[in-house]
Ligand binder design. Sequence first.
Ligand code: SME
Length: 157
Amino acid sequence: MIPKSDDRAEVYKILNPQIEMLISDETDLVANQANIVAAIRQAFGFFWVGFYWVKENELVLGPFQGPIACTRIAFHRGVCGHAYTTRQSVLVPDVEQFPGHIACSSASKSEVVIPIFNRERTKVVGVLDVDSDRLNDFSEIDLIGLEAIIKLLEKKL
Ligand code: SME
């Protein structure tokens, strides 16, 4: 049950344990990713929420919710590539101001990307990409909330 609230910190606080429960008994990684992106999109109404995974030396589209997206992203390209190479979360208030941003849709205005680490935390194995159709839609609260959700998934990798 996701509350209708404009207070995102409050929504993440309630969403996080629900996602934990949702994925706790399931070992299939695709099933868990599918439910995670559905839960995030349902909670906040973001334009696009999805995973990219490191495969064959690039980032390849995984489970997502939203319009059709680019299937492959080179490691050095776009916001996703930036999160991959810097190994840090990236918050982009205005995608048009981000050099090299890959516009899968012109409706996407701001974006946040969270790197996903392997168990040993030695390498980035994928990223979570969240796009909004509103400018400047993300803050530190989203970074903290989404990173916490990704930590739940990393435990299952
Ligand atoms: N905008 C991303 C590409 C992925 S789509 O937005 C779903 C980027 O610049 O990496």
